[in-house]
Design a protein around this ligand. Structure first.
Ligand SMILES: CC(C)(COP(=O)(O)OP(=O)(O)OC[C@H]1O[C@@H](n2cnc3c(N)ncnc32)[C@H](O)[C@@H]1OP(=O)(O)O)[C@@H](O)C(=O)NCCC(=O)NCCS
Length: 192
């Protein structure tokens, strides 16, 4: 097994992060989009996370390429101590425990930064991811019926949560963020 390392994100990894994100998106089964974003947008995202203190970690291979990512960001219409997790790694590195380690590192950092609850959205058919999330302590709290459509085929999207924060029903309502997948709006306001 290649020796990989987990490290905090930085702009020097932007090109390989862009390629990795695009490759995972193009698998068409996991993310909310079916191709990645341009390098300039990915650089902007890395900068946004850094400026706002959002945890963002990369999985780095021997050649120094980012072959996986995990980030936790705020979203509009959600309290500031609720973070949304995104994760993915290249196919050849899956199923070896790296995803779990990457998420554990990112969640630990988020907790230090004051996030009291981590949420994520996952396609109901993404069994490997759901099993991994459950093992880490995430529980399903809701689902959006036919929440995502790829090539004309719709499927449910689960919302899962991790953390001790009490559920707040004022924002946890149909419409508050259901149906926004994949039209995600990040909240890039610098944290105090
Ligand atoms: C979800 C993901 C980040 C998990 O990372 P990972 O490194 O595969 O996770 P782990 O190896 O820590 O755990 C995966 C589980 O699937 C099992 N598995 C076996 N072969 C596997 C394979 N080829 N691919 C994925 N998982 C596999 C692992 O053994 C493990 O099972 P366990 O929970 O019973 O121990 C990764 O699979 C991935 O990038 N998937 C594609 C993108 C994606 O789905 N992103 C999340 C969108 S919500």
């Amino acid at each position: 097994m290649d020796e990989l390392k987990i490290t905090e994100a930085s702009l020097s990894y932007a090109p390989s992060y862009t390629e990795t994100f695009d490759a995972v998106a193009r698998e068409g089964k996991f993310l909310s989009i079916s191709s990645g974003y341009p390098l300039a947008d990915m650089r902007q995202f890395i900068k946004g996370c850094r400026d706002c203190g959002f945890p963002q970690f990369f999985l780095i291979d021997r050649q120094g390429r980012a072959v996986g990512w995990c980030d936790i960001v705020r979203r509009t219409n959600c309290p500031d101590d609720v973070g949304f997790l995104g994760v993915g790694i290249l196919k050849e590195y899956r199923g070896q425990g790296w995803g779990s380690k990457l998420m554990a590192a990112t969640i630990a950092h988020a907790q230090k930064r004051g996030f009291r609850e981590i949420r994520l959205e996952v396609r109901a058919s993404n069994y490997n991811a759901i099993r991994t999330y459950r093992r880490l302590g995430f529980v399903k709290i809701a689902y959006a019926k036919n929440g995502v459509t790829t090539d004309g085929v719709s499927e449910d999207v689960w919302t899962m949560r991790f953390g001790s924060r009490e559920l707040r029903h004022d924002f946890f309502e149909q419409g508050a963020f259901f149906g926004r997948f994949p039209a995600i709006q990040y909240k890039f306001t610098p944290s105090s």
